[in-house]
Design a protein around this ligand. Structure first.
Ligand SMILES: [Zn+2]
Length: 183
């Protein structure tokens, strides 16, 4: 975070945001304290373990996590890996309602093995006023281009640039990133 802040003072013409992907633990708590999360510009929360909860427990877990004011984005909301792992069982309409209520953005994970949230859900999310953010989930710079798969899937789900936070200009993204945490 300190290095990014320093760079932002030095760089001209673009801005780096400090963010993290934070684990949603079994009970819906997060693996960083609010003290740390509040220092970041954005927080992506997601599930990477304990996939076998009941639908009720999984739904409660996710809704508790996105109730945290520092969680900006719920990432890969069903955990599916195409041709490899089924989505975990979760009440997606309830999650979308909670996202709308808390002002949490939902990720369209653009990695070809995920494409999660699936295109079929986006018109429903849009109807509820949930914002989409397209992320490449890139673990290496070469994979940043996966973003384009996400753009295609967003279009397939009838989203337009008004629904996708990536499309906002810099001043707007700065204020939108603060909106939820500042209530
Ligand atoms: Zn992840």
């Amino acid at each position: 975070m300190a290095a990014i802040r320093k760079l932002n003072q030095k760089l001209d013409g673009f801005r780096l945001f400090a963010g993290i992907e934070c684990d949603i633990l079994r009970d819906g708590s997060l693996d960083f304290d609010d003290d740390v999360l509040s220092e970041l510009d954005f927080v992506v929360a997601s599930i990477h373990s304990v996939f076998n909860l009941s639908e009720a427990d999984m739904t409660r877990r996710i809704i508790r996590a996105i109730g945290n004011p520092f969680v900006t984005i719920l990432a890969h909301p069903t955990g599916r890996l195409l041709l490899k792992r089924e989505p975990y069982v979760v009440d997606l309409p309830a999650v979308l309602d909670a996202a709308a209520e808390t002002g949490t953005w939902i990720e369209l994970n653009a990695a070809p093995k995920r494409l999660d949230l699936d295109w079929r859900w986006w018109s429903r999310a849009k109807e509820k006023g949930v914002k989409c953010v397209i992320n490449p989930d890139a673990h290496r710079t070469e994979r940043l281009q996966d973003l384009w798969f996400g753009v295609g899937i967003a279009r397939k789900g009838w989203l337009t640039k008004d629904d996708v936070m990536n499309c906002l200009p810099l001043e707007k993204i700065e204020s939108e990133l603060k909106r939820k945490r500042e209530g």
